[in-house]
Design a protein around this ligand. Structure first.
Ligand SMILES: Nc1ncnc2c1ncn2[C@@H]1O[C@H](COP(=O)(O)OP(=O)(O)OP(=O)(O)O)[C@@H](O)[C@H]1O
Ligand SMILES: [Mg+2]
Length: 176
């Protein structure tokens, strides 16, 4: 198993970027009372055929095309299912992909969350041409970071300008 949930986030976001997504939404919900953690990543990248989607989720599913698939998606599915949660992948060619996973929060094998703030920040500043919407809900309190809104206020200043990175880091620190 991967040792941090953040690594899964990076893996799934990397897939969205490879699929040439222009908009990536990341929803993370944590509810201590309900003992539940969920993660949904939605992109508007090139998507997958039904056959490909099946193959990606289960790398042993065989298709005639024989294209090799990797481990990012099956690892996340494995972690979710092992940790008492659920997993689904929905995808449509030329529309995009949605990957959902959930976990029992106090499951003994649940990986550490890792540094969500840095994961989000690095994704945003390394891909200034992509828009990210990050929703983080902890025990009912929702925080949203929407790079489209931030970029609209920045005008010509790039989102990965050192001063803006500083601002984003403080903003995330204060809210997460
Ligand atoms: N968001 C997505 N949009 C379109 N295709 C996707 C998406 N996510 C996954 N795929 C397809 O599923 C395949 C498998 O993804 P997975 O992350 O499991 O492995 P990988 O990215 O090929 O390799 P790695 O093990 O390095 O992650 C990808 O190669 C890609 O073809
Ligand atoms: Mg991958």
């Amino acid at each position: 198993m991967v040792n941090e949930i953040c690594v899964h986030i990076m893996d799934i976001v990397a897939n969205s970027l490879t699929a040439e997504a222009k908009n990536i939404c990341i929803f993370i919900t944590r509810d201590n009372k309900k003992n539940f953690l969920s993660m949904k990543i939605v992109d508007d990248g090139k998507g997958m055929s039904e056959e490909m989607a099946k193959k990606v989720v289960d790398p042993f599913f065989s298709t005639k095309t024989g294209k090799k698939t990797g481990l990012g998606v099956p690892l996340l599915k494995g972690t979710a299912e092992h940790c008492g949660g659920n997993f689904y992948l929905k995808s449509k060619v030329r529309k995009g992909t949605e990957i959902y996973s959930s976990f029992v929060l106090n499951h003994p094998d649940l990986p550490l969350l890792g540094n969500i703030k840095e994961t989000i920040l690095v994704s945003v500043i390394s891909n200034p041409e992509v828009d990210f919407k990050f929703h983080y809900t902890i025990n009912g309190n929702r925080f949203i970071l929407d790079t489209k809104e931030i970029k609209a206020q920045l005008g010509d200043v790039p989102i990965n300008h050192p001063e803006i990175i500083k601002f984003l880091r403080i903003y995330l620190d204060e809210n997460l």
